[in-house]
Design a protein around this ligand. Sequence first.
Ligand SMILES: [Zn+2]
Length: 284
Amino acid sequence: MNPEKINESIVQLKIPMSRNPLGKTFSYLLLESKTLIDTGVPTEEAYQGLKDQLAEYNLKPQDIERVIITHLHNDHIGIVETLRDYGAEIWAGAAAKTRQEQMVKEWENLYENTLRELDLFGGQEYRNNITRNRYVFKSDVKPMPIDRYLQDGEKITVGDLELKVIWTPGHSYEHICLLNQAQRILFSGDHVLPKITSHVALYSYRNHDPLNEYLTSLHKVEDIDVDTILPGHEWIFHDLKPRIEQLYRHHRNRLDEMKATLEDCALKTNSENIKETGERWRLR
Ligand SMILES: [Zn+2]
């Protein structure tokens, strides 16, 4: 895969991710400050891809001075620890601290909680599979070291670029987008992608409302005046607001379908939350 130069300051690196239909994660190289925004999955293939593409700009992984993480998913942070070992600083949104603390706690009870969830929602085959592979849940999970936490609204300067941090929880609680107003560019991570809808997960053992968070975070970026959106996957796109309107419509339709389904079965009383979220967003 070949890197793509966006402008004099920014290069899009394509980090391969085989065995995943997305095929690749984009990592953005900020040339002057030797900064990466996101990395890729933790595989030899991904690392080789990163190395080869950096070499086209006469850089080695050891030259990277910092990595800014949009969110803590494996396909964005896989190579981060290697780069940190080489001396790079790791920066992430402030909510990454809370999220990592939660993750360590959740991991302690993840096996029991997953079984409880499967008992509630069904999935016997998956249940059999995880009981057979219980050892997977035994590893000792430690938070990834983060050197600097970025606050919502904070403006950071990296080389020739000023980036405004926008906290966008939803796809993941700690997700941030980065806005470079001067060049009218938004690094959107996995918050807004050009075709697929970002995965928004609900876990019975965590008390949160991720879809509402996600829709609120879409609202937070919909009026940003930019020409180019640099996402974490798929391809570069240019029409932020129309894409966000599509996403609202998609979720509104899905919420309507869910509401109708719940009303059809004898679960009417439990449909109140869905109804409330659906109505809150109907008017937008
Ligand atoms: Zn991703």
